[in-house]
Ligand binder design. Structure first.
Ligand code: ATP
Ligand code: MG
Length: 197
């Protein structure tokens, strides 16, 4: 088969429900995984896995510190310089009685996010549970959106967490709302090693 015909045969002719652009556009995407169902952080970590496979440098900031050492943070220890992983939720007070302290903690974590975002060596950055600190007004959404706009044009950014504010959803290129259909928690089954943390 001649090269031209071979190329034509390989062309993707799948039906599309969206507008095709004349010229393919490559840009760093702003991706939001939100909703009540499980899978938001897992989806972000799936993208991290993929990006690392392409030799990209990846940065992760987790805004909430869980009870357990997560598999992802343990795994990242061996990948410093390729996957830089920061759990910055240490200071959050769950009963939000100390608003000032929560704001300071959120600000520290956001400072780390900005530092990574402005460093063009990172092709993908993940801000896990950032929506939590926006929901509780520990950080103004306007400031976060302005910061996101400063990242280099090729840097992809994934933000996770329930109740993503509408301003963030409007700004994002890709938004997936995880819908809760069933969760073992509803049957009294506790969080499981390797699946939940
Ligand atoms: P994951 O980290 O497993 O992808 P997630 O990021 O979508 O979950 P979070 O809101 O961050 O969900 O909650 C983290 C923890 O709560 C996980 O252990 C997860 O299994 C659990 N969880 C997620 N969704 C639900 C739910 N609808 N009901 C009960 N527990 C949930
Ligand atoms: Mg999560």
């Amino acid at each position: 088969m001649a090269a031209g015909r071979r190329r034509a045969a390989l062309k993707d002719r799948a039906p599309r429900t969206y507008r095709e652009r004349a010229k393919p556009v490559k840009k760093g995407l702003l991706i939001v995984y939100t909703g009540e169902g499980k899978g938001k952080t897992s989806a972000a970590l799936g993208a991290v896995f993929r990006a690392l496979g392409h030799g990209w440098r990846v940065g992760v900031v987790q805004f909430i510190k869980g009870k357990w050492k997560t598999g992802e943070s343990l795994f990242a220890r061996g990948l410093k310089g390729r996957l830089d992983f920061f759990c910055m939720g240490e200071g959050f007070t769950w009963d939000t009685k100390d608003f000032k302290r929560d704001v300071e903690c959120a600000r520290r974590a956001w400072g780390k996010c900005m530092e990574m975002m402005l460093d063009a060596r990172y092709r993908l950055v993940v801000f896990d549970e950032l929506s939590y600190v926006l929901k509780y007004h520990f950080l103004p959404v306007g400031e976060v959106l302005a910061g996101l706009k400063k990242r280099p044009p090729q840097t992809h950014c994934i933000i996770t967490g329930r109740d993503a504010p509408k301003e963030l959803v409007e700004e994002a290129d890709l938004v997936t709302d995880m819908r809760l259909v069933k969760h073992p928690y509803q049957e009294g089954i506790q969080a499981q090693l390797g699946i939940d943390f």
